[in-house]
Design a protein around this ligand. Sequence first.
Ligand code: MN
Length: 231
Amino acid sequence: MPDLFELPPPPVIAMADSEAKFPVGRIFCVGQNYAAHARELGFEPQRDAPIWFTKSPAAVCLSGSTIAYPPGTENCHYEVELVVAVGKQAFRIGVDDALSVVIGYGVGLDLTRRDLQNKARGQGHPWDTGKDFENAAVLAPLTPAPEFGVPERQGITLTRNGTIKQQASLTELIWSVPELIADLSRMYHLAPGDLIFTGTPAGVGPIAPGDRLVGSIDGLTDLTLTIGEAE
Ligand code: MN
């Protein structure tokens, strides 16, 4: 029997300077992974365990897009992040080996309906409506891992309409990229197609119709996003 309907194919992310494309499987994200950002949200930075949440592939939006101001929110925030693209299977991988499964790196925006996230958090409810919505996972083209090198001292910046709003160094990550991969792989069989958003630095804030956002990380392709009127 045929399927009742066809689902869209998975979103694909371009690899910089290459014909190759990266199909998106799962999207894992970590919260409060820069101390100054944890504090601006009102929390003390902690090293107990990474704070994981997920977005679905349906949330992917490609860099260069113009999107409508997201529905259901009056306080949608930008969060620029380093995104790690997994190209090999990994289960219970050690920190020392973890970078071997990374195929590329990119700049991402973890768009967040902060009002919905804060309300859910206050009630002890899941964050899904605050984090996993259409166009909430914005992705720039990926740079192959050997070209980028090891994530360590690269600068990460977000500008809103030409003004710097977020500026930090990847040295400030509370959980390093290898630590994040190792921790996730204790709970999931990581596989090619998985993406990991590694957290945002301090300086998050609201977006508005007419905004032009540019996310940058040294050595990676810039991310751009334009915000249109609400639908
Ligand atoms: Mn984030």
